[in-house]
Design a protein around this ligand. Structure first.
Ligand code: UDP
Length: 480
């Protein structure tokens, strides 16, 4: 509960992408469970993903307050296809240029929300607004009504610090080739990266300008709320607070608050597999033996790459669950003939949406092959899993370095190119990386470090833990 009689009212406004909406829902539930009232703003189609878990949460916790407030997003009027209310609408498009153009149009179209946000701030008068980094106009809107605006990036301290240092010093402009490693200036830990692994922000493009607006609006905001925990990345939490942001509160990992079967199963979309069947299958496997492969909610993987993954998993001889995002009209030409029949005793493909946290938390799951989306990475950390890192885009290459070089709980599959549809990795490299994390002395060491981190993750959110305390300070400050 808040320490004074005023009940804190927090308004949340997530970008419409599962990687942003899932942690926002977790965050809203967390604030409500600590006595606040939470209101989440979202569009009609996205509200459908949130309503059921919210109803369940309220049934389980009578009296706790959490509501959805619908905002309009007239896709066609905004130049987008009908019903295009979530970033996952573009995954079916296999043309990189078209995909990039659509994503940028989608992000820019969210400016349409500004007037609606102002009206809601005026009528609802929340104590603070936690709005997505991709909504730069939210700072100005909140200022108008004297509501403090907090930024939610959806990523961790390490990548926020690394991208800050790169923006400041532009070391990538001083290397001869895109594959030549350079040390990121100022960043603690002597961390090297290549130009090919960082996002070219395209300063002069509309998207580049938009990203600059996002950064400027952050400077004017009241601070940043981070889904991470201090013990995971202490040097970077300290660096961020001393050098990068005005204020920051770390309150994660948010996913660990989902403790029951249904809460874990219903994150994002409805799973494309019967969750109980999936758990039964995992029950039949030995502890730490199953490799779980997923590239998150938006990445689109080329057909020739899917074929290599299939061949690599087959060669590795391990048990696996492999999530493949289904494209409309996909004839599955990527699937090697007879593959499923040959691996039926040890592997399964989930076509569409997996109940990821249920799978990661199962004792049979032993390795997470991940694209290093921040939510997936934290879910893997909280489950105590060593990882094979396979970044595709966004800030995922920084997250990979955190896992492989700082935490030393995983190995890289060897991607070197920040590309909208991924770099190409051979079946031999898939097989090799999986084996390296599954068996042997080094694998054991990685697993043991990963298990320790999982304990720290859970302790951070318990009463008296670092994230628990940071949330208490946040509630205290914004309630008064
Ligand atoms: N997720 C899931 N099932 C899937 C794919 C993704 O539950 O089949 C969830 C995953 O657990 C995570 C989120 O969707 O919470 C994806 O966020 P992340 O930051 O990992 O990656 P993004 O999708 O943003 O690239």
């Amino acid at each position: 509960m808040t320490s004074n009689s005023h009940k804190l009212h927090v308004m949340f406004f997530p970008m419409m992408a599962h990687g942003h909406m899932i942690p926002t829902l977790d965050m809203a539930k967390l604030f409500s469970s600590r006595g606040a009232k939470s209101t989440i703003l979202t569009t009609p189609l996205n509200a459908k993903f949130l309503q059921k878990p919210i109803d369940k949460f309220k049934n389980l916790n009578p009296g706790l307050q959490i509501e959805i407030q619908i905002v309009d997003f007239p896709c066609v009027q905004l130049g987008l296809p009908e019903g295009c209310e979530n970033a996952d609408s573009f995954t079916a498009n296999n043309n990189s240029d078209e995909r990039r153009a659509m994503i940028s149009k989608f992000f820019l179209a969210t400016r349409f929300f500004k007037d609606q946000l102002e009206k809601l701030l005026e009528t609802m008068r929340p104590d603070c607004l936690i709005a997505d980094v991709f909504f730069p106009w939210a700072t100005e809107a909140a200022e108008k009504f004297h509501v403090p605006r907090l930024v939610f990036h959806g990523t961790g301290y390490f990548s926020l610090c690394a991208s800050y240092c790169i923006r400041l010093h532009n070391p990538q402009k001083r290397v001869a080739t895109s594959s030549e490693p350079f040390v990121i200036p100022d960043l603690p830990g002597n961390i090297a990266i290549t130009q090919g692994q960082i996002l070219d922000r395209g300063e002069d493009t509309e998207m580049g300008k938009f990203m600059n607006e996002a950064l400027e609006s952050e400077v004017k905001s009241s601070g940043v709320v981070v889904n991470s925990f201090y013990e995971l990345e202490p040097d970077y939490a300290d660096f961020y607070k001393s050098t990068v942001a005005k204020r920051a509160w770390q309150i994660g990992p948010l996913s660990v608050h989902n403790r029951g079967f249904e809460e874990k199963a219903e994150r994002g979309k409805k799973a494309s597999i019967d969750e109980a069947e999936c758990l039964k299958w995992l029950d039949s496997r030995k502890p730490d033996s199953v490799v779980y492969v997923s590239f998150g909610s938006v990445a689109s993987i080329k057909n020739e790459q899917l074929t290599e993954i299939a061949a690599g998993l087959e060669a590795s001889g391990t048990s696996f669950i492999w999530v493949v995002r289904k494209n409309t009209g996909d004839k599955e030409e990527w699937l090697p003939e007879g593959f499923e029949e040959r691996v039926k005793d040890r592997g399964m493909i989930i076509r569409g949406w997996a109940p990821q946290v249920l799978i990661l938390d199962h004792q049979a799951t032993g390795v997470f092959v991940t694209h290093c989306g921040w939510n997936s990475l934290l879910e893997g950390v909280a489950a105590g899993l060593p990882m094979v890192t396979w970044p595709i885009g966004a800030e995922q290459f920084y997250n990979e370095i955190l896992v492989t070089k700082v935490l030393r709980t995983g190995v890289s599959v060897g991607t070197n190119k920040h590309a909208i549809m991924g770099d190409f990795i051979s079946r031999e490299n898939v097989d090799k990386a999986v084996r390296e994390v599954l068996d042997g002395e080094e694998a054991e060491e990685m697993r043991s470090r990963a298990k320790k981190l999982a304990e720290m993750a859970k302790a951070a959110v318990e009463e008296g833990g670092s994230s628990y305390n940071d949330l208490s300070s946040f509630i205290e400050e914004f309630s008064s």
